[in-house]
Design a protein around this ligand. Structure first.
Ligand code: ATP
Length: 245
């Protein structure tokens, strides 16, 4: 394992009596895009919250297993310390601060980041290059952006923290196909600039087009794993997730 790889091993998570993950193991090698596919309720968001160690906010808890990044145990750190290691989550539903301006939303992304002012200025340039609309709309309140633009803002805010690994929870959810494609291109670009990505998606075609490795999660368990090319060719993935009959 290289320095900045993520390793989830035997992870078991519950919400009270509900067991949401059961012995899940996944790896995100440094520099890779890895996707976790699964239907509604499979446990995808739970996996993301367990990695960012924000489960407590939704009443969940890790019952077994480990989460490590670059050899450091994330499951023993407070959520803000997880961000400081370089692991940054973009939650499902792109929760931007609707009443704050686009610029202030981006600024909020630097809270908890380890770099100083210069790093923040560089990160802002990078975000503006990736999503020019966020520069054009800097003074506008975020709640007035379209769904796709809000997803760009949520991604941009996460990039402001200078992530080494980005956790993306359903970035294409609710977006028109063209906008979903634009987001997928942005994920590719972010990865090309050196950030590893763990992407959970219901849109399997989009995710497999971006990822190098893929896992299928069903009712809290990993049922398939392989390269994205292998999974794209699997009958089960084609039938269940790509809609091929
Ligand atoms: P979706 O795509 O619908 O968000 P998902 O794959 O992300 O689904 P999770 O949201 O992780 O799935 O849910 C996994 C299981 O845990 C489901 O059975 C769900 O009902 C349960 N669950 C999720 N959040 C909670 C919670 N806060 N309290 C109780 N049970 C929960």
């Amino acid at each position: 394992m290289t320095a900045a790889s993520l390793s989830v091993s035997g992870l078991t998570v519950g919400y009270g009596p509900v067991q949401a993950l059961d012995g899940v193991s996944i790896e995100v090698p440094e520099g890779a895009v890895v996707t976790v596919l699964g239907g509604n309720g499979a446990g995808k968001s739970t996996l993301m919250r367990a990695i960012s160690h924000t489960l407590g906010f939704s009443g969940g808890a890790i019952r077994g297993g480990t989460v490590s990044f670059g050899g450091q145990r994330l499951d023993r750190l407070a959520p803000d310390r997880v961000v400081a290691t370089g692991v940054v989550q973009v939650p499902e539903g792109r929760r931007v601060f609707a009443r704050m301006s686009v610029a202030d939303n981006l600024r909020a992304g630097t809270l908890g980041a380890s770099g100083g002012r210069r790093a923040a200025a560089r990160a802002l340039d990078r975000v503006h290059e990736l999503f020019p609309v966020l520069k054009d709309r800097a003074g506008q309140v975020a709640g007035l952006l379209s769904g796709g633009e809000q997803q760009m803002l949520a991604l941009g805010r996460a990039l402001m923290a200078g992530p080494r690994l980005l956790l993306l929870d359903e970035p294409s959810l609710g977006l028109a196909p063209l906008m979903a494609k634009r987001i997928a291109e942005a994920v590719r670009e972010i990865n090309a600039q050196g950030t590893s990505v763990l992407l959970v998606e219901q849109n399997a075609a989009l995710a497999l087009g971006v990822a190098r490795y893929a896992y299928v999660l069903e009712v809290g368990k990993v049922t398939l794993a392989g390269t994205a090319a292998e999974l794209s060719g699997s009958d089960e993935v084609r039938h269940r997730y790509l809609g091929v009959v």
